[in-house]
Ligand binder design. Structure first.
Ligand code: DWN
Length: 417
């Protein structure tokens, strides 16, 4: 079920300007089983809007979270070594900087399979994971991470505090964009966070999305797309201070936010706010050519793939990623072009990509089937994946990166920009 939101999810303003329409698309993480292939597949409009009042970019559609993050939600964070290292480094820095110990409590919102909290557990620091997807939540418990399978809300935060559980550190990576009640979620953080605690939140960075045309990261799970300007206004509304911010390369460019009850604002916040003002991120004109650039990428990628196919080449894809579903459905890349998708996530293998019904196989298929080309749907992990697939490359295979410019990557290129 979906309903259009005609008011800004953060400030409530109704003056939302349309920026991009990606058509009617299937749910990006709703990977199909064989038996589902012949059933009607729900499609939902996907339209990006800009709020001139607070700067928040957001989609109008709101698919019920219970439909998005249901029991067989297939995303497990632990299938990326790069993400595991990124998370471990974050935890070690937090333990040191905030002197966390056996008397502390670290809470992660959208804790998935325990990929991050396990690092606290190994150091003897009490944790609590909160995640609505039963599969990853059970995997976390199996890994020794206490996890409650529920959505985090203001009411739930109040319940936890009533039980005497307040957090010294709250971590929320790639979750803020997913919550329909954005203000309730942030109010919950304020309630759950101790007076001297810190909330450390990672979100994909809107400026990177627009600058590098990462349109495939737009899907129904991602309701909001954040600038520092919009984030500062969101937290301030709930008496929380955006005290520090770091730009990170992960997921095509992200922000790591440090939020607290007390204002101790670092210069880094003002630097990014100035950059956003200079670039016009808070003005509609910044987004005006985005739709045209997206259209050009789609045309150019389709032309490249069809040309290779016309030469008799075989093409596969790597990464049954949610972003991959947006890409193949917006561009129209189906089984006529892509023979199969490979993915390390065993929960995804044996299923089919939403909309295009391309089969998902184990990564070994790249070597056994030896497709001439492989479209990198999980381009945000290009370096990790290309290093891992040296045998495929040594055998003459070549990867195609789709954004910001569709291009064939030659292995001599050390890092994909
Ligand atoms: O916000 C979200 C982002 C952060 O992660 C979630 N809504 C869902 C997910 O989006 P995604 O599916 O586009 O993310 P990933 O993590 O870029 O997807 C990568 C896919 O590639 C996963 O299915 C795992 C797979 N993979 C693999 O097969 N081999 C990943 C790596 C690194 C590998 O070596």
């Amino acid at each position: 079920m979906t309903h259009d939101t005609l008011a800004c999810r953060s400030c409530g303003d109704t003056n939302l300007a349309p920026v991009l329409f990606l058509g009617k698309t299937p749910l990006a993480d709703r990977l199909l089983t064989e038996s589902m292939l012949n059933e009607p597949e729900p499609l939902f409009p996907l339209t990006l809007h800009f709020c001139a009042q607070c700067g928040l970019v957001q989609i109008a559609e709101c698919v019920a979270p219970e439909q998005l993050f249901c029991e067989d939600y297939p995303y497990y964070s632990s299938f990326s070594a790069a993400l595991l290292k990124h998370s471990r480094d974050n935890v070690e820095e937090l333990i040191e900087q905030h002197h966390l110990n056996e008397k502390s409590l670290a809470v992660e919102l959208a804790s998935n399979d325990g990929y991050l909290l396990k690092n606290f557990v190994e150091r003897g620091i009490p944790v609590l994971g909160i995640d609505p997807a039963e599969g990853p939540a059970q995997a976390a418990r199996d890994a020794g991470v206490e996890t409650l399978c529920t959505f985090f809300t203001e009411a739930f935060a109040t319940e936890l505090v009533a039980q005497g559980r307040q957090a010294d550190v709250i971590i929320g990576n790639n979750v803020l964009a997913h919550v329909p009640d954005l203000n309730g979620f942030v109010a919950g953080i304020r309630i759950l966070l101790k007076e001297d605690g810190v909330a450390v939140i990672e979100v994909p960075y809107l400026k990177d999305l627009i600058d590098h045309c990462e349109f495939d990261t737009i899907y129904h799970e991602h309701l909001c797309y954040f600038s520092v300007t919009a984030l500062r206004s969101l937290f301030a509304r709930h008496d929380l201070s955006l005290n520090d911010v770091r730009r990170l390369p992960i997921h095509g460019g992200s922000l790591r936010l440090y939020v607290g009850h007390k204002a101790k604002v670092s210069p880094a916040v003002e630097v990014l706010l100035d950059e956003e003002r200079a670039a016009g991120v808070n003005e509609l004109r910044f987004y005006e050519d985005f739709a045209h650039r997206v259209e050009r990428i789609g045309e150019s990628l389709l032309e490249l793939l069809m040309g290779l196919k016309a030469e008799g080449k075989r093409i596969a894809a790597y990464g049954a990623a949610a972003k991959g579903a947006t890409l193949i459905n917006y561009v129209g890349i189906g089984t006529g072009l892509i023979d199969f998708v490979v993915d390390r996530n065993t929960h995804k293998q044996g299923r089919f990509m939403p909309g295009q019904h391309i089969p998902i196989l184990p990564c070994e298929a790249l070597v056994s089937e030896r497709p001439d080309y492989c479209l990198l749907l999980a381009w945000n992990f290009a370096d990790e994946i290309m290093n891992q697939q040296a045998e495929y490359l040594d055998g003459g295979g070549r990867f195609i990166v789709p954004v910001p410019t569709p291009r064939i990557i030659h292995p001599s290129v050390a890092k994909v920009d």
